[in-house]
Design a protein around this ligand. Sequence first.
Ligand code: HEM
Ligand code: HEM
Length: 128
Amino acid sequence: MTYAILGWLSVSLLTLLILPYVLVRLNKQFIHTKDKRFLGVIRFLRKLHKPAGILLLVTAGWHGYLALFGRIRWHTGTALFILVLITVSLGGAFFRLKKRKLFSFHKLAALLTVLMFILHFFFPYLFS
Ligand code: HEM
Ligand code: HEM
């Protein structure tokens, strides 16, 4: 059952990672607030962004290792892990080099990660 807890922990981390983007978008389109508490929440979430990304790599890898009983093979989870690894690497590279292209690729990789999670959740054995 530990694998399920680690799976849901990974879901929480992924949510935390994309929440600032979602909140900023919602605010621009619909909410239109300059409330300090709302902006404070976004700032707080951005502080958690980097550690949460690195932690996700650990929880996802651990969850996957347990879920596949230590026999790593091709699975929607494996594809998801590779996408998380790419997203984290691009995030780190953007943080270091501050290249706009890297930021676009970081966001694109994040979107692909979320889409792959949906596939992994609803059709886990699609690739088997
Ligand atoms: C961001 C990364 C990941 C997230 C958020 C995630 C999330 C989840 C969740 C929520 C479940 C359902 C748990 C339950 O039964 O309550 C699950 C199941 C599973 N995951 Fe992942 N997972 C991730 C990565 C991986 C990786 C890297 C692997 C393997 C390489 C993997 C393999 C599996 C397997 C085999 C199951 C069981 C499917 C089933 O029998 O229905 N997952 N995952
Ligand atoms: C799977 C993990 C990750 C996901 C899904 C993710 C997702 C995102 C998204 C959607 C944005 C856009 C935010 C916006 O436009 O407002 C963003 C921004 C950013 N990400 Fe990530 N990220 C992850 C991991 C990381 C890691 C590990 C690092 C650095 C070590 C990082 C560094 C950054 C930076 C510097 C920004 C721009 C500044 C900011 O909005 O805070 N990301 N990330």
